[in-house]
Design a protein around this ligand. Structure first.
Ligand SMILES: *[C@@H]1O[C@H](CO)[C@@H](O)[C@H](O)[C@H]1NC(C)=O
Ligand SMILES: *[C@@H]1O[C@H](CO)[C@@H](O)[C@H](O)[C@H]1NC(C)=O
Ligand SMILES: *[C@@H]1O[C@H](CO)[C@@H](O)[C@H](O)[C@H]1NC(C)=O
Ligand SMILES: *[C@@H]1O[C@H](CO)[C@@H](O)[C@H](O)[C@H]1NC(C)=O
Ligand SMILES: *[C@@H]1O[C@H](CO)[C@@H](O)[C@H](O)[C@H]1NC(C)=O
Ligand SMILES: *[C@@H]1O[C@H](CO)[C@@H](O)[C@H](O)[C@H]1NC(C)=O
Ligand SMILES: *[C@@H]1O[C@H](CO)[C@@H](O)[C@H](O)[C@H]1NC(C)=O
Ligand SMILES: *[C@@H]1O[C@H](CO)[C@@H](O)[C@H](O)[C@H]1NC(C)=O
Ligand SMILES: *[C@@H]1O[C@H](CO)[C@@H](O)[C@H](O)[C@H]1NC(C)=O
Ligand SMILES: *[C@@H]1O[C@H](CO)[C@@H](O)[C@H](O)[C@H]1NC(C)=O
Length: 511
């Protein structure tokens, strides 16, 4: 993995962004937690019952903090809903909630001063864990806040319920909290009145931003923290339900970190039966991650990460020169063709049988596809104003396997509303066109590819997913002639999905 990462640094980022990191990094931990759940019919209705339930999860957290501290971790991240689990409504969540004072207003160490606020047993426990393990601790929990009926937004039961991340420093002081902005059908919780850009500062690595799960798909607060607040490191509790072929946790979270050149510490829940697994420590150098749909156990990931201190604006991606693309024949030819330059040295674009064009629903969106034919070739397909191109070469092809290039430029409206522009080379689940876009996790075909498209958005997340949920980073990627491209050669595993997942945030609201 290191080799790939370095190659992408040398090639892809040469003229884009070379973040500067200190020689010394630090050690970070994320814990993929198999939260002890309460079956729906057993959800406790008393505070004592809720505390008994959460104690089972807190005990596991404590063991993990201990294990992480033995490995020198300076920070640990636990997943969303990790203390209480799922399946709550507004009534049943109530005994789990705690009042959480605003750390910008009060300086409070719950481990040292447990009785300042009533009903804060969980905060107390988390604070003591951080203190005892001498590390920053990030956890997600339920928050309650009483409100006045004069407040027009105040719910009828007189209180707000928030899905909240809390951060404790290594002494156990509460240093930040963040109330989730983009709720994902969480009827037990309220959306806060305003979006929060929560940032905390640390002695060992400077500033960190924080957001939760579904937030990562939206401009506010996720992208805004990076682009407007200069955050380069993010802690990210999540309870992410994998959705293939484009939005599995490891695949999208790694792509997000890569796109911005940041450190992203993603702690997921571990519940394979809800399609929840996939956590990682995604950095510009390396991206150790964990995915396991067989085991029922949690998993502690610990890794050394670089401190990113670059002051550069990562959203600026200057055009690459044709020289950088030399040897990547199809895309190079495309660029030169567009520029009207002579291209005798390259030779004409190879012609191949044009594939068949068809429509299929992939992840609830109506994609236009073109099938790949033969062992190599180049194809393109368009959707609205987006045209996607692929040039490919299979070095290990099994007869009967079908791949297709899909394009989608439109508003996604199922399980959330957001505008996407996507170019995706996918392995189809079977040998007929109607299986293209379905959930696939295995592949044996080794494919070199160049993938590009004329996106209207600058926010593009480059994903490469291979056999058995392996993820890769592109050899090169960037902009040339108003096209965003990525190139990958010499993978050692079969290709499942290669996608440029674009988000056109400006079109989310006003389609
Ligand atoms: C919430 O769920 C409980 C069962 O867990 C049920 O008894 C109660 O009626 C539900 N309340 C609401 C407001 O839906
Ligand atoms: C905590 O609760 C007790 C009893 O319910 C009450 O007397 C006390 O004032 C409360 N303290 C705070 C800080 O709210
Ligand atoms: C503090 O951590 C030590 C191990 O470092 C452990 O033995 C002890 O039980 C912990 N104490 C508390 C209160 O968590
Ligand atoms: C962050 O913390 C470091 C070390 O404690 C300190 O030197 C620095 O000034 C702080 N930065 C901000 C923005 O508070
Ligand atoms: C980075 O550049 C983008 C595009 O020019 C601009 O919108 C954004 O405000 C810049 N951010 C910072 C932190 O300079
Ligand atoms: C993919 O499909 C398999 C079998 O149909 C299923 O077990 C698995 O949960 C699915 N995975 C995802 C991420 O959708
Ligand atoms: C897991 O993913 C598979 C395939 O996408 C889907 O059929 C199944 O319903 C998902 N499971 C849950 C609990 O959502
Ligand atoms: C997808 O779009 C095509 C072209 O607009 C249309 O013919 C087809 O009916 C659509 N499919 C579905 C399932 O909506
Ligand atoms: C993308 O390319 C197609 C075909 O050349 C063109 O029709 C379309 O307008 C282009 N889209 C943009 C945003 O330039
Ligand atoms: C190539 O394909 C064959 C047959 O599917 C498979 O046995 C072999 O492992 C593949 N090679 C690689 C490098 O994946």
């Amino acid at each position: 993995m290191e080799v790939f990462a370095l190659r992408s640094l040398l090639l892809g980022w040469q003229c884009l962004l070379l973040p500067v990191w200190g020689l010394d990094g630090y050690t970070a931990a994320v814990y993929e937690h198999a939260a002890v759940l309460n079956p729906r019919w057993k959800i406790p209705s008393t505070r004592q019952g809720a505390l008994r339930h959460m104690k089972k999860n807190l005990d596991i957290y404590r063991e993990q903090v201990f294990a992480a501290s033995k490995q020198g971790a300076k920070i640990i991240v636990f997943p969303e809903d990790g203390l209480q689990g799922f399946h709550f409504n507004r009534t049943s969540i109530f005994p789990y909630l705690e009042p959480i004072p605003d750390p910008n207003v009060v300086h409070w160490n719950p481990c040292l001063h447990p009785t300042v606020y009533n009903g804060t047993e969980v905060l107390h426990q988390l604070s003591c864990m951080a203190r005892n393990g001498s590390m920053y601790l990030v956890a997600n929990m339920g928050e309650r806040q009483t409100c006045e009926q004069s407040d027009p937004k105040c719910p009828p039961d007189g209180r707000y319920h928030f899905n909240t991340n809390v951060v404790f420093d290594a002494e156990g002081t509460l240093v930040a909290k963040y109330q989730k902005w983009n709720l994902y059908f969480e009827y037990a919780y309220d959306t806060p009145k305003t979006v929060q850009h929560a940032i905390f500062n640390t002695s060992f690595a400077g500033r960190f931003g924080i957001f939760t799960c579904f937030d990562i798909l939206f401009y506010e607060p996720a992208v805004s923290l990076i682009e407007n607040y200069g955050v380069k490191q993010i802690v990210f509790p999540t309870a992410w339900m994998n959705q293939l072929p484009l939005l599995s946790a490891v695949q999208f979270h790694q792509a997000f970190a890569t796109a911005f050149g940041i450190n992203l510490f993603a702690a997921n829940q571990h519940h394979p039966k809800y399609n929840m697994t996939g956590s990682g420590i995604y950095t510009p150098l390396d991206f150790p991650y964990y995915y396991n749909s067989e085991s029922s156990e949690g998993k502690l990931l610990v890794a050394k990460v670089p401190i990113i201190t670059s002051r550069q604006n990562h959203s600026l991606q200057p055009e690459v020169t044709a020289a950088l693309l030399k040897g990547n024949n199809y895309f190079e030819a495309f660029v030169l063709q567009k520029k009207g330059e002579k291209q005798e040295q390259i030779g004409p674009m190879e012609r191949n049988d044009p594939g068949d064009i068809f429509h299929n629903i992939m992840m609830y969106d109506n994609y236009t596809f073109i099938s790949l034919t033969g062992l190599k070739g180049s194809l393109h397909i368009c959707s609205n104003t987006l045209c996607c191109h692929v040039a490919y070469k299979c070095s290990n092809y099994t007869d009967g396997n079908l791949y297709a290039l899909g394009a989608y430029d439109g508003l996604h409206t199922t399980h959330g509303t957001y505008y996407t522009q996507v170019c995706a080379l996918v392995k189809c689940a079977g040998s007929s066109y109607d299986t293209c876009g379905q959930n696939v996790t295995t592949a044996s075909d080794i494919i070199d590819f160049e993938l590009w498209g004329n996106f209207s958005t600058t926010h593009i997340y480059p994903e490469i997913l291979a056999d058995k949920m392996k993820i890769y980073r592109a050899d090169t990627r960037g902009w040339a002639n108003s096209n965003y491209y990525m190139i990958k050669k010499g993978m050692s595993a079969g290709l499942v999905t290669a996608a440029l997942y674009g988000r056109w945030y400006e079109k989310d609201c006003c389609y």
